[in-house]
Write a protein of this length. Structure first.
Length: 83
């Protein structure tokens, strides 16, 4: 019998509001971070020059566990640290 590996299902992308809720920050803050390349985000073409941002919760979780902790010694609120 062959050893078949079953591929894990792809993680779906979520919109900005769901990602902001997951990080417990405002949608506006999340989108600003995405535009500046501060968080893992995937831009998709939108109307005009605007992008529609999509996020993977696992990438945001990893970012929170690694990148944010590195700068957390500032004593600032979590939302202000990102700015």
């Amino acid at each position: 019998m062959e050893n078949l590996s079953i591929a894990a299902p792809l993680e779906p992308f979520v919109g900005a509001q769901r990602a902001a809720d997951f990080l417990d920050i405002s949608r506006k803050t999340l989108l600003g971070l995405a535009r500046r390349g501060k968080i893992p985000a995937h831009g998709m073409p939108g109307k005009g020059r605007k992008k529609n941002w999509r996020f993977r919760l696992s990438e945001l979780d990893h970012w929170m566990r690694t990148e944010v902790r590195l700068g957390s010694d500032q004593g600032l609120s979590s939302e202000r640290k990102f700015l």
